[in-house]
Design a protein around this ligand. Sequence first.
Ligand code: ADP
Ligand code: ASP
Ligand code: MG
Length: 462
Amino acid sequence: MKFGGTSVADGKCIARVVEILDHYHSTGNELAVVVSAGHGVTDQLVSAAEDAVRADDGANLDQLVLSLRTRHSKTLEAVAPDHHDEVMQEIDARLGNLKNILSAVHNLRELTPRSRDYIISFGERLSAPVVSAALRQHGIPSVALDGCEAGILTNSEYGNAKALPESETRIRSRVVPLLVDQVPVIMGFMGCTENGSVTTLGRSGSDYSASIIGAGMDADEIWIWTDVDGVMTSDPRMITDARVIPMISYLEAMELSYFGAKVLHPRSIEPAMQKDITVRVKNTFNPSHPGTCVIRREHREKRVVKAISYIEKVALININGAQMIGRPGVAKTIFSALADNHVNVMMISQGSSEANISLIIDENHLDRAILALAEVVKEGIVREVTTNRDVIAVAVVGAGMAGETGTGGRIFSALGTAGVNVMMISQGSSEVNISFVVRGEQGPCALRALHDEFRLSEECHE
Ligand code: ADP
Ligand code: ASP
Ligand code: MG
């Protein structure tokens, strides 16, 4: 069971978490728990790391440490008064460590990807001991483990590390034996490389941690506890009448999360899928709601489209040039140049005239992409490259679209009627997803039009 940042935000929230865990533990289940940092803490750490390289004085550092100390001490006082002093010793030691690293970054004016990962892993280093103490206070034996101690071994792609297969045996030997008589609380979001340096798994990575741990211990199910009732037909912050989807396939959930549905980390399905383990998404603040079940089988509803997600932090690149026509290897040159510069390409579309290739990339990679493509222009392989940051990529997802004619027609005529101008279209061969790109300001209108067209706010009687 993984609990997200809002679920462990303060004493009141952690008391609910303990209640939930107690319920499932006392009914005879063996449980391992993964926790995120308290809501907002990782953001604070990210800013602190970035400020440390820039700032002229180190004054904010004391402020940060004090605010984190006060917050966790208050929470401990509320949920584990008997363990307050003992756990505060541990927290103080960690905060001392954090302060030293941030000071070093400040003095050297150098923040490496490796030190950044270590710094931003501290949110979970502070939250897990508190949740573990709250369980002990409630009479449930518990220890806190960091991601590395729990067995998550990763590659060294700092900031976005991926678990290595060796994690599985480590998790089995380190976590499983504990389950007999305790409920271990594992710090999400982090792992370590072979030589022991700390890595993080990408923002929102605790979902991925939960799935790695669940798969490693051959769990019956992996439950992601969050602040909404489940995976919904669209982002509820954007579409207020979005509904919970009771059942969704691994592939559908993966497509939704790749395209920005924040409720699940994009890689959180993979480990579960490999072991065919059901993933359930449930609401910490409404635990009796059944939530969403993510399973292997394509769950075909009457509805062909199940959900719509979108991603804002993307940029569109148009690569033009008649030189591209009929010339083998042009795509290879373009994509190699991008790959060599670590640009993450999220969507591709090529016109049949071959005179144009359009790409959607991670917005943070745009500068690198422009530099890489400038070389390709210089070599005369393409004529011009234009870019646009002000775009949104939207994905319409549903296993029912496969083999069903007319869905594309419905999507694009609904967008036309709503006055939305589509800049690029792409459909994967799995046919679980049709995605397209529109101007940033037209994003909300596009989502609304499609949510209405496919009547996603209405209950689906199957
Ligand atoms: P946690 O801290 O528990 O990991 P997150 O904030 O990462 O929670 O993810 C939950 C949030 O994801 C929800 O509050 C909701 O605003 C957002 N969200 C975006 N798209 C969806 C979707 N399709 N279904 C459910 N929630 C979504
Ligand atoms: N605390 C990390 C973040 O804010 C990981 C997570 O919450 O899943 O990104
Ligand atoms: Mg999350």
